[in-house]
Structures are given as C-alpha cells and as structure tokens.
Design a protein around this ligand. Sequence first.
Ligand SMILES: Nc1ncnc2c1ncn2[C@@H]1O[C@H](COP(=O)(O)OP(=O)(O)OP(=O)(O)O)[C@@H](O)[C@H]1O
Ligand SMILES: O=P(O)(O)OC[C@H]1O[C@H](OP(=O)(O)OP(=O)(O)O)[C@H](O)[C@@H]1O
Length: 275
Amino acid sequence: MSLIHCPTTTTTRLRHPPLSPTVKFTVIKCCSLTSPVTVVNGNLEMTSSDKNRNEIRLGLPSKGRMAADTLDLLKDCQLSVRQLNPRQYVADIPQLSNVEVWFQRPKDIVRKLVSGDLDLGIVGLDTLSEYGQGNEDLILVHDALAYGDCRLSLAIPKYGIFEKINSVKELAQMPQWTAEKPLRVATGFTYLGPKFLKENGLEHVDFSTADGALEAAPAMGIADAIVDLVSSGTTLKENNLKEIEGGVILESQAVLVASKKSLLQRKGSCQHERI
Ligand SMILES: Nc1ncnc2c1ncn2[C@@H]1O[C@H](COP(=O)(O)OP(=O)(O)OP(=O)(O)O)[C@@H](O)[C@H]1O
Ligand SMILES: O=P(O)(O)OC[C@H]1O[C@H](OP(=O)(O)OP(=O)(O)O)[C@H](O)[C@@H]1O
C-alpha cells in the first residue's frame, strides 16, 4: 500500500525476522526535506500544534505490554530509537532523519492520529478499533507486526444460570434479559462491546466500566458477563469464567497505523509492500 510518493527518494529496505518471509517493510526517506528534526533537551524546533510541519511523527507505546516489544521490532529492523532519558517522551531514529518519535499511551496514540498530532503509530488492533471507531482516515500500513497477540472476547461464568450456555446465540435467547432486568456487562471497551452485543441480537444490556481486573465483576455480583482481552486464558479460568462460541469480537496484534490525511501533508512517505 503506497501512501505518498516522493519523486526522489532514498529507501531503506528492511525485513523483520519474525514476520513471514513474504512481507517486506519499506521506509522511504524523502530527500526534499530541508532540515532534520533537532531535539535539544526535549525541545523541538517546532510547536506541537504545527500541522504544517515536515517531519513525520511516529507514536510508540510509552509503557505497558507493547512498549518493549515495539522497540525490539524497530531494533530488528536496524532502527534504533534514541531517547535521551526514559522520562523524556520525544526521541529520534538516527537512520530516519525526517521521523520524530513520540512516546504515548496506546489509546492516546490513536486519539492523536485522529487529531492530526501524530502521523504514524504502533498500537494493538484492539486499541485502534476501540479508539479509532471506524475513522476512515486511519489506515493500516502493516496489519500483522507479530507481537501483542490477544483477542477481545465476551466471557460468562461457568456456573449458575450460565452453566449450559455455550454460545452467544444461546445467551441472547435466555429469557432472563428484559428491559427491567438487562444482561449486565462489564467492559473497558465501551465502543466495541455495545456494538458487538447489539449486532448479535442482545437488546437488553446494561454496561458498566472499570480500568482493570474486570474478571472479578461476575463473582462480585456487579456483572453477568465481561468483554475483555484474553491471551493465555488463565485469568478467565482462575475466575471461573468461559468464552463461548461466537464470542470473539476481535483478534488483535500490534499494527502500524497511519493518518492518511496528515501523511499526505508531509513531505515524507512510508511505503509498505506485500508481495
Ligand atoms: N493478555 C493481554 N491483556 C491485555 N492486553 C494485551 C494482552 N496481550 C496483548 N495485549 C496487547 O497489549 C495492549 C495493552 O497494553 P497496555 O497494558 O499498555 O495497555 P492498557 O493497560 O490498555 O493501557 P492504559 O494503561 O493506557 O489503559 C492491548 O491493547 C493489547 O493490544
Ligand atoms: O488471558 P490472560 O493471559 O490471562 O490475559 C488476560 C488478562 O490480561 C489483561 O489484564 P492485565 O494483566 O493487563 O491487568 P488488568 O486486568 O489490571 O488490566 C486483560 O485485561 C486480562 O485481564
């Protein structure tokens, strides 16, 4: 997928070892740039609100599960991210003079891609889907960076009235859920969760949200079901919960995403090829 082409470019062709051998990842540096990004004690030679800047801004996870693996991926691509100190949120990549790196929380990377304050970002597909909410300006440049694997799933208790419920269809057909007594679902995914349940015929649903440890909600009597990320399945198992047929909302891994609009304004380009 080609986003923008600079007529005279220098190309660094890279291959990330864990990816399929048929995937190539090409970053093009545009030669028309007049000056590289200068980072002096964290102060850039531009204001953050300058949407006319030439530099390409890449958002990387500042902490959490994705942070270390993202730096490892770039390192495997011979792209070293140079950060003056860990509490400084701006960095550069010496091999890509027109790119500046900004460390942000994954959800803020998506928000800033939407607002045009970042041009490219690496986040989980789950985060992109939740906070991007189908925004057509956000395009997947690479949809499988081969780490951060997990799935967003609906899970219900193994016990009680759910003991014999093994599919979303069966859950939707339970006579218990009425306008007065809806199915109570705890989730941090307040866009994808309701969308999925509505699309699957669950009309009477009441959502609550929390920042973590959602698996406790059914046992605490706060919720009947949860919508949360699952990878090994251990947390569900340890809390007597189960996934059910048709309940996987999204399969996720790390992706490289771009704002089409803001990249088109830049004098650089990023190209991804699949052959
Ligand atoms: N078992 C897992 N649980 C949660 N996230 C996982 C798991 N495996 C991979 N991931 C990926 O890691 C991301 C979570 O990263 P992180 O922990 O930084 O996010 P977060 O806790 O949602 O962020 P924040 O703290 O900003 O709310 C998910 O969005 C997902 O893409
Ligand atoms: O399937 P598993 O391998 O058990 O992983 C899934 C768990 O990991 C995440 O929680 P995290 O560890 O980020 O803690 P949190 O619940 O406080 O967000 C996620 O929200 C699940 O609770």
